[in-house]
Design a protein around this ligand. Structure first.
Ligand SMILES: NC(=O)c1ccc[n+]([C@@H]2O[C@H](COP(=O)([O-])OP(=O)(O)OC[C@H]3O[C@@H](n4cnc5c(N)ncnc54)[C@H](O)[C@@H]3O)[C@@H](O)[C@H]2O)c1
Ligand SMILES: O=P(O)(O)OC[C@H](O)CO
Length: 386
């Protein structure tokens, strides 16, 4: 069998952070990967009068979405999806979820049979009363096996690592570093094990492993794909609680509301607890094969909820929503420099789904986030019915 050729679909904040990990790890495992050139699909735009693809290929820095971080030289930015897909056998999907559908349409019929994928996309794919995780959408639409990766990781936080240790920064920036991540195989552990080397540094020396563990880092493979994917999607829902759609962090939106209201840490902890319970109940009610322990034990569960509620974009924008009275749409443009807010959109998707099932009242925090974001409900009432 030939070597795996990696392709990265997406190049935002997280997409660029993952490109750094994937480019580095692939080049250290050349018995598995053809790492000479890893294409990264970029939605083309001009930054200071120059194409973003040209900036990335000349400076090896994504100046717009992950400034200050140097990508490996084998990462090649291109806006041509056909170039990305050509010869690739291992796909990393890391787009904001609202753009995945169009990318899938462009990829259909072009992917090498037997290829595999891993998705880092948060959110859920809702159509009427049908709901699926994006790993499932990719498998169905593209006919490839797809795993899911999620965990308590925020891309920008990697910047602070450099001041602690250059070596740790180089090896564990973003995904590995001080945090945890989990890779979940939808179609079975074998496929996961095959794709996992992008992220799991199988060949860590004992010294490297000890260093990473001292920093609290971990990366492991578990089987509960749906549980992990859904944790990512629903937490934004619960944490922030704005007028946003729920992306990965509906809960992060709710947490941001609490910060905006200056209700304090006790209230925020209570909202996070309620959010976690709703996430868990939702997943157990509507998805098969979700394990209850995923929510507490895995990085994608409570740990990711905590990091999103403390340091995420959804939290930040939700706080500003309360303090300024501006719309989420305006605040996204004003505060995120092109990055996308997903918690509000997810809140809307989930609300549509719950209405179709006549189950809205079973999820009062999700409902509150949706109504505050889209129906003008007073944010101060978010604790009603909790
Ligand atoms: N940023 C993080 O720390 C983080 C952590 C974990 C998971 N995630 C998830 O990773 C996924 C990708 O997020 P991100 O942070 O890399 O993105 P981002 O929000 O930083 O960037 C937005 C991206 O969307 C692209 N884009 C804009 N308009 C587009 C269009 N019309 N079509 C296609 N692409 C377009 C932009 O070029 C940019 O690459 C999301 O599901 C997110 O929830 C992010
Ligand atoms: O910045 P947020 O709110 O999109 O959350 C960041 C990541 O999703 C954490 O996993």
């Amino acid at each position: 069998m030939g070597k795996e050729k990696v392709a990265i679909i997406g190049s935002g904040n997280w997409g660029s952070a993952i490109a750094k990990i994937a480019g580095t790890n692939a080049s250290q495992q050349t018995d598995i990967f053809d790492a000479s050139r890893i294409p990264m699909w970029v939605f083309e735009e001009e930054v200071n009068g120059k194409k973003l693809t040209e900036i990335i290929n000349e400076t090896h820095i994504n100046e717009k979405y992950l400034p200050g971080i140097t990508l490996p030289e084998n990462i090649h930015a291109t806006s041509d999806l056909d170039e990305v897909v050509k010869d690739a056998t291992a796909f990393i999907f890391v787009l904001p979820h609202q753009f995945l559908g169009k990318a899938i349409e462009s990829l259909k019929g072009k992917i090498t049979p037997g290829s595999k994928g891993v998705t880092l996309i948060k959110g859920v794919d809702v159509s009427g009363d049908d709901i699926r995780i994006f790993a499932g959408t990719i498998e169905k639409e593209l006919g490839i096996s797809c795993s899911a990766l999620s965990g308590a990781n925020i891309a920008d936080e990697g910047k602070s690592i450099r001041s602690i240790s250059r070596e740790v920064e180089t090896k564990y920036f973003a995904a590995g570093k001080f945090s945890g991540m989990r890779i979940h195989g939808l179609t079975g552990l074998n496929e996961v094990a095959e794709i996992a080397p992008f992220f799991v540094k199988k060949r860590l020396s004992d010294t490297e492993r000890r260093k990473m563990e001292r920093c609290g880092g971990s990366c492991s493979i578990v089987e509960d794909v749906a549980g992990v994917s859904l944790c990512g999607a629903l937490k934004k829902f619960a944490l922030t609680g704005l007028k946003v759609h729920f992306y990965e962090d509906i809960v992060a939106v709710a947490a941001g509301f609490v910060d905006g209201l200056e209700w304090g840490d006790n209230a925020k902890a209570a909202i996070m607890r309620n959010g976690l319970l709703e996430m868990k109940h939702f997943c157990l009610e509507f998805f098969e094969n979700v394990k209850a322990e995923t929510f507490l034990q895995e990085s994608a569960g409570v740990a990711d909820l905590i990091t999103s509620c403390i340091g995420g974009r959804n939290r930040k924008v939700a706080e500003a929503f309360v303090k300024t009275g501006k719309t989420f749409e305006d605040l996204e443009k004003e505060l995120l420099n092109g990055q996308k807010l997903q918690g509000v959109a997810t809140a809307k998707d989930i609300n549509t789904f719950l209405k179709s099932k006549n189950r809205v009242e079973g999820y009062p925090l999700f409902e509150a986030v949706y109504q505050c974001a889209f129906e003008g409900r007073d944010v101060k009432t978010i604790t009603k019915n909790l």
